[in-house]
Ligand binder design. Structure first.
Ligand SMILES: Nc1ccccc1C(=O)C[C@H](N)C(=O)O
Ligand SMILES: [Zn+2]
Ligand SMILES: [Zn+2]
Length: 207
C-alpha cells in the first residue's frame, strides 16, 4: 500500500464498542435491484468507535466541536514510542525518549490485546503528562487504547488536562508491531460540524 501503514480499526458489525454504546452497523438502504441503478448504504455508529478523535465538546459543555478543530494537528511528523506493560503514562516513563521537536506523539502500550472485545482495564494517562507534553511542543497524543482515562472514570482528568494544555486526543489506534521511530501521520476527522468526536482513517508512513 505505497508505504502507508494502516493503523485504523476495521469497522464492521463486530467492532467492539464502549459498553452500552451504539453498535456499528452498515447496511444497504437500497440494493441495485431496488433502486434500479445503484447500491446505497447507510452507517450507524458511535463517534467513539474504533480509531477516532475526541473533540473537547465530548467532555466539556462549551468545548470545541469537530468542525472547529485545527486540521493541521492531525497530519504531519509523528513519533511512535513503545511503552509495553505500563500502567500509568507519566512524564518519567518518557524520560529516556528524545521528544525534541515532536508535535505528535503516539504511544504503543500493547495493553489492548484481544481487539475483538472491549478491554476490561487499560493503562491511564497521568494528568501531569499534559503540561509536560505541552512544554515540549506536543499538540497531539494518540494511544492504542479506547480512552486516555480509566474506563470507569467520570471526571476524566486526563481528557480535561490534555484539552487545557492544547493537546488533541486520538484513541483506538492499532499500533501492533509498529516500530518506535519517526513517521508521517495522517488521521483527519470527518467534517462532522457539531460532533463530539469522529472516526478517522489513521495511517503512518516511515520517514
Ligand atoms: N462512548 C462512550 C459512552 C459512554 C461513556 C464514555 C464513552 C467514551 O467513549 C469515552 C472515551 N473516553 C472516549 O472518549 O472515547
Ligand atoms: Zn473518544
Ligand atoms: Zn476519549
Amino acid at each position: 500500500m505505497s508505504g502507508w501503514i494502516d493503523i485504523s480499526q476495521p469497522l464492521h458489525a463486530k467492532v467492539p464498542v464502549w459498553p452500552g454504546d451504539t453498535p456499528f452497523s452498515y447496511g444497504l438502504t437500497w440494493t441495485k435491484e431496488q433502486s434500479g441503478s445503484v447500491n446505497v448504504g447507510q452507517i450507524t455508529m458511535s463517534t467513539h468507535t474504533g480509531t477516532h478523535i475526541d473533540a473537547p465538546f465530548h467532555f466539556e459543555k462549551e468545548g470545541k466541536r469537530v468542525g472547529e478543530l485545527d486540521l493541521s494537528v492531525y497530519a504531519g511528523p509523528t513519533l511512535v514510542v513503545v511503552l509495553e506493560g505500563i500502567e500509568r503514562l507519566h512524564p518519567e516513563a518518557l524520560a529516556q525518549t528524545d521528544i525534541s521537536g515532536v508535535t505528535r506523539l503516539l504511544i504503543r502500550t500493547d495493553a489492548w490485546i484481544d481487539r475483538s472485545r472491549f478491554p476490561e482495564t487499560i493503562p491511564l494517562v497521568d494528568p501531569a503528562l499534559a503540561p509536560w507534553l505541552q512544554e515540549r511542543g506536543v499538540q497531539l497524543l494518540g494511544l492504542d487504547l479506547p480512552s486516555v482515562d480509566p474506563l470507569d472514570s467520570k471526571d476524566l482528568p486526563a481528557h480535561h488536562a490534555l484539552a487545557r494544555h492544547g493537546i488533541h486526543i486520538l484513541e483506538g489506534a492499532v499500533l501492533d508491531g509498529v516500530k518506535p521511530g519517526r513517521y508521517e501521520l495522517v488521521a483527519f476527522p470527518l467534517p462532522l460540524q457539531d460532533a463530539d468526536g469522529s472516526p478517522v482513517r489513521a495511517v503512518l508512513k516511515p520517514i
